[in-house]
Design a binder for this molecule. Sequence first.
Ligand code: KG4
Ligand code: ZN
Length: 344
Amino acid sequence: QAPQAVLGIETSCDETAAAIVLRDQSGKGGIRSNVVRSQLEEHAQYGGVVPELAARAHVTHLDRIIAEAARQADMELSEVDAIAATAGPGLIGGVLVGLTTAKALAAALGKPLVAVNHLEAHALTARLTDGVTFPYLMLLVSGGHSQFVLVRGVGDYERWGSTIDDALGEAFDKVAKLLSLGHPGGPAVERTALNGDPKRFAFPRPLLREQRLDFSFSGLKTAVRLEAEKRQPLSDQDVADIAASFQAAACDVVGTRTRQALERFRAELPEHPPQLVVAGGVAANKQIGAALRAAAEATGARVVIPPPALCTDNGAMVAWAGAERLALGVTDGLDVVARPRWPL
Ligand code: KG4
Ligand code: ZN
């Protein structure tokens, strides 16, 4: 039987994205196209994503991005087997744009619709890129989420921990703002930290002594702010040292928590080899990646970090989640609703 082709649409934050992905009967995936238009420029002057502007930009660009995804895949939209779109969680105006477009295409083409949970799409990406088999532990670290999820199967998720305040990417972004490094902050902090001394400031490692698998980053962010305020005006070396010391604290927290989570995996699923899958924009950070690899090595776990373009928001992950659900015969009606909040 021919592999199934799914169009995926992602509009839940500041990426307008569409992709066509294949999935064969054995579960092997392939990316035919993956087109992403980032709205960085629209939001740059505001130092963060403005929901209303994001929704309007999705309306302006989505049709063209979908047409481009079809062109790059060398397919007509009428040739796909299903239309998938992120239906939440996310900025609701943007989600509505993508989901409504998907409904219109599904209705016009007479194809099934799959309403995808954005977190599920992140969670399943490593199966597309690396053929990872269930079960595995996913660490999602993005601008909106920081959580551990045990992935037992498609639709079978167990959250083991999350953040009680800021997401990790959000902490990077706020620290970058404090240090006037621009938006998005993560890559800027990482670059600046290269010239800094990670040991100069002993920033706190919140919650680290507790056994629970939750994160907290707001105390760390506040400590960084107080240190920066104390030293005004900041020299370039101060800025680099603060960035490096912040990143070291973040790596310490994420690495330690991940080791604890993998130990729990070993204890609770002794019959399965421990596997760690990382998703979200922060996974692009080399120091964070190194901390995660060290945590995996310490617990004898396999670690999979998909390429950065598939860790950050994209259409391929949505198309793939749609293909995985389609293969199980799970589709949605045209009356499915968009959900601003939608925990796994
Ligand atoms: O997954 P993503 O593209 O969007 C969502 O939030 O869903 O993640 C974006 C986040 C931003 O907070 C950004 O600052 C962070 O990922 N990020 C990084 C790096 N690249 C992106 N954080 C640290 N180091 C990086 N190299
Ligand atoms: Zn995301």
